[in-house]
Design a protein around this ligand. Structure first.
Ligand code: ADP
Length: 471
């Protein structure tokens, strides 16, 4: 407490905590003028200075707060000044007729809080710099009022100057209408459920040019655990997308060209097989059946590549029809033909299951599960195919007793071109597109695809399709 004897402000009393915070001793400050005792008040001219605060108290006769006051305290231990931050309050105390006879100066040490805040601001700036360096546009969408805040880079990604002002509706109006309907809206509802927001779509700049953007975000929840906002980053991926499209076009063209000679090769092999069916020469028959097997494999690969190039948005069309799933599974097993001749493939059908789906595409998924089970398990081992009806879903599974898959690889299997890297797989041919295609096909049917596997024990691949009423 100080006497209000301007300009001296004599210190009359100080609590132990006050002495501790100000690193001073009672004997050296009591009876001295406030600014003699604390001469380091360099902020004299500024709003936050103690002199200014005391004068204001005298002038207004009201309490004056200084929320953040910087004071450099000498630390005898390290023999250097230390920056401290205090939150101060100066309360007038009356005596008789004098409304401001004394000033009660209280001090709270907030150095920890101020430093934490400074670090947080520094980190935020650093993050922003990293995002800018990576050419990310960052943004936050308030889910209550759909208010959008964003970094300058975000507007640039949408073809506007960095200081442009954009509302959610403006941004959405630039997204390709089909992508908006099929991708963005879906991703938005999925985000509310899963907490993760992800999509890749086409947008049109104000100058009419087409660009590709990729957005990734997370849902931020409030104290009531309700989704409050989505925090995300958007990147312009036009260049890599163009490369991908060029690559896909090339694959599509090359596969298409390869199909014709391969079809005639197959026809010749079949003709020869017929002609030589009665031949006693075992070598000729074996050679022909092996040639037929290899041609079938190559045809399968080429079809896979063709399908891959059709996976651009809107290109993979489904021909939905109702059919019996068990019959299709039997057909798929029969189609493994020569490839499956060294394995014991059994089928355990559930009750009759009618599904509404693209028959040919689902056949492709089952065929892929089967050919993988054959490829990745030892000759002579068993493969079990099961079908069953769950509440609203039909489920198909293919179990093998093969090499299995490590847990860390399992989640990546359905990515494009992903192949497990180990000694066992090295010599088995493949491009890592079968499961990716299967997963795309199943997802477009609103179904699910997953795997359970143990290394060196075997794997079970599953997929499920919604039953017609729910479709
Ligand atoms: P491909 O077999 O042509 O490489 P897929 O997309 O069908 O491509 O499979 C991706 C990868 O998943 C394979 O390379 C293989 O490592 C692994 N895999 C798939 N099916 C099985 C299986 N039944 N057992 C063990 N590994 C498998």
């Amino acid at each position: 407490m100080v006497r209000a004897d301007k300009p001296r402000f004599t210190i009359l009393a100080a609590s132990d905590t006050y002495l501790e915070i100000t690193s001073s001793e009672r004997a050296t400050i009591i009876g001295r003028g406030f600014f003699e005792a604390f001469p380091d008040d360099k902020d004299f001219d500024q709003e936050t200075s103690a002199r200014n605060a005391f004068s204001k108290v005298l002038e207004t006769r009201q309490k004056v707060e200084v929320p953040t006051y910087r004071y450099d305290v000498f630390n005898a231990e390290i023999k250097a000044f230390e920056v401290r931050y205090w939150s101060c309050c100066n309360t007038p105390i009356a005596d008789g007729t004098n409304p401001v006879a004394y000033i009660l100066n209280t001090v709270i040490d907030i150095t920890g809080e101020v430093k934490a805040k400074q670090i947080a601001i520094e980190n935020e700036n650093r993050l922003r710099m990293a995002a800018d360096a990576a050419a990310f546009g960052t943004w936050e969408l308030n889910l209550k009022d759909l208010h959008l805040v964003y970094s300058p880079r975000f507007t640039e990604i949408f073809g506007h100057p960095p200081d442009a002002s954009l509302a959610l509706a403006d941004v959405r109006s630039q997204v390709n209408a089909d992508d908006m309907q099929n991708i963005v809206i879906k991703a938005y509802y999925e985000a509310v459920i899963t907490g993760k927001y992800w999509y890749e779509v086409r947008i049109y700049w104000p100058d009419g040019s087409l660009h590709w953007i990729k957005t990734q975000g997370i849902v931020v929840y409030n104290e009531k655990k309700e989704p409050a906002s989505i925090l995300g980053a958007t990147l312009d991926v036009t260049e890599s997308k163009r490369d991908e499209i060029r690559k896909n076009d090339f694959i599509a063209m090359a596969s298409h060209e390869l199909k014709t000679p391969l079809t005639s090769l197959k026809a010749y092999i079949q003709l020869l097989s017929k002609k030589l069916a009665s031949s006693e020469d075992r070598f000729v028959n074996d050679a022909l059946s092996n040639a037929d097997y290899q041609v079938n494999r190559m045809t399968g690969l080429i079809h896979g590549f063709l399908d891959l190039s059709k996976l651009e948005p809107g290109k993979l069309q489904l021909k939905i029809e109702e059919f019996d799933l068990n019959t299709l599974i039997e057909d798929s097993i029969a189609e493994t033909g020569m490839t499956g001749r060294y394995h014991k493939i059994s089928f355990l059908p559930g009750e009759n299951i009618t599904v509404a789906a693209d028959r040919e595409k689902i056949n492709q998924v089952i065929g892929n599960f089967l050919s993988n089970a054959i490829k990745y398990s030892a000759k002579g081992s068993e493969i079990l195919v099961c079908s069953k009806k769950n509440d609203d879903f039909a489920e198909v599974s293919v179990t093998d007793q093969g090499i299995g898959i490590r847990a860390k690889d399992q989640e990546k299997l359905f990515q494009r071109f992903y192949r497990v890297e180990n000694r066992q797989v090295k010599n088995i041919s493949g491009f890592g597109i079968g499961l990716y295609l299967s997963s795309e096909i199943v997802q477009r049917h609103k179904g699910k695809i997953w795997v359970k596997s143990k290394e060196n024990k075997g794997s079970t691949f599953y997929f499920s399709l919604p039953l017609p009423a729910e479709f």
